[in-house]
Design a protein around this ligand. Structure first.
Ligand SMILES: Nc1ncnc2c1ncn2[C@@H]1O[C@H](COP(=O)(O)OP(=O)(O)OP(=O)(O)O)[C@@H](O)[C@H]1O
Length: 376
């Protein structure tokens, strides 16, 4: 593999620990992942889960307290051997949230910053080449303040690409831009990285951005990498409750494992009996036969003819669809993506049914079942 991270840990403040105090929890806790040459990996997870710390360790801005990492077989950090290649010798490009362009230099000089060692003609050629790659061939003579936020970020990307880094690291590069522009730039970014064959690791907290950019996506939680997988697998085959709940709009609903007349297992839920696809092993239920089933908003279909009715509690307009929060007569809450021409009002009762292509179930968490407020 081109980028290899093995059991990498990052601790901050590794000074003597307070008497009787717990050892500080690592910001990154034994994370392993790999990227093939030219692949784009994305790290996603809640605030403080360790995404930036891992990226900084790859960049060489933080030492590893455990584990190792290498690019193209070249060891860069190895805690056991006390190896830490300095950041400037790693040939890694970086783009961060703040554009960090030099305000007193024009765009061409900004982009040429990392290739000052090249002869002038070659340097000019490379600047034009990368500006064309990011879709801004005409702005070389402008000052950064004469560009929009999105354009400035593309110039920052061109500047990082100019020295042909072995790896590109991007930390929330679009987070200061508005949502619509962010999504467009995320798709453009993927095209630019693929066109230049650049291997990249991208940090975001925006799922749409992660799915638009990544060949592989990693979900981090409290310093651990919970799953590192292709986007499709992450969505349809989440390996942990955390990943299942974090990705997409969903709820867990309680199910009892019962037997069909043909002696196949069925999951009895408030939305009816769900048959696991043949060959899908169910996790072991609790001693009282309970499992929690993941119900994504796209598994719940609005159907006027369905006998099961649910009351609209909230609705959020998503353009092509509404995300409805619905309450079933028994008190359970479910979510549903409904095409936006079905514009129901809060308080309306609408017909729904479950239509699950991928059934995801987990053993119930220990402790009492959280009470669902009754329907008023
Ligand atoms: N320089 C530092 N010194 C001490 N602790 C730090 C430092 N930087 C980060 N941390 C802690 O390490 C943990 C991981 O932080 P990190 O910034 O890597 O998370 P993140 O997932 O990138 O968060 P966000 O999405 O909010 O940027 C947090 O608990 C944070 O408080």
């Amino acid at each position: 593999m081109f980028l290899e991270i093995v059991e990498a840990s990052v601790h901050y403040g590794r000074g003597p620990r307070a008497a009787g105090g717990d050892p500080p929890r690592p910001a990154v806790d034994r994370v392993s992942l790999a990227l093939a040459r030219g692949e784009i990996g994305v790290l996603i997870g809640p605030s403080g889960c360790g995404k930036t710390s891992l990226l900084r360790a790859v960049a060489g801005l933080e030492p590893l307290s455990g584990g190792r990492l290498a690019i193209d077989g070249d060891p860069l950090s190895d805690a056991a051997r006390g190896l830490h290649c300095p950041a400037e010798a790693r040939r890694i490009g970086m783009v961060f949230q703040d554009y960090a362009l030099f305000p007193h230099l024009d765009v061409a000089a900004n982009v040429a910053f990392g290739i000052r060692h090249l002869p002038p003609a070659q340097r000019r050629e490379r600047v034009q080449e990368v500006l064309a790659l990011v879709g801004l061939p005409q702005v070389a003579a402008r000052a950064p303040h004469q560009l929009s936020g999105g354009q400035q970020q593309r110039v920052a990307l061109a500047r990082a690409l100019a020295p042909q880094p072995r790896l590109m690291l991007l930390d929330e590069p679009f987070s200061s831009l508005d949502a619509e522009l962010r999504e467009r730039l995320a798709q453009e970014l993927r095209g630019i990285l693929k066109a230049s064959g650049t291997t990249a690791l991208f940090v975001t907290h925006d799922q749409l951005e992660a799915f638009a950019v990544g060949d592989r996506i990693g979900v981090m939680h409290r310093g651990r990498l919970e799953q590192w997988d292709a986007p499709y697998a992450l969505y349809h085959r989440p390996r942990s409750r955390f990943v299942a709940g974090f990705i997409g709009d969903s709820v867990f609903t309680e199910a009892r494992v019962v037997r069909s007349p043909g002696d196949l297992p069925l999951l009895r839920t408030a939305l009816g009996d769900l048959a696991p696809p043949p060959g899908l092993p169910l996790p072991a239920p609790s001693p009282d036969g309970r499992l929690d089933v993941l119900l994504r908003a796209d598994d719940v279909v609005h159907d006027d003819d369905a006998p099961l009715k649910a009351r609209v509690e909230r609705k959020a307009f998503h353009g092509a669809s509404f995300l409805y929060t619905l309450r079933l007569p028994g008190g359970e809450q479910v979510l549903a993506h409904v095409p936006s021409h079905h514009d129901h009002q809060v308080g309306d009762w609408i017909g729904i049914r479950a239509e699950l292509d991928h059934l995801v179930a987990f053993p119930p968490e220990p402790g009492p079942v959280p009470a669902t407020p009754p329907l008023r």
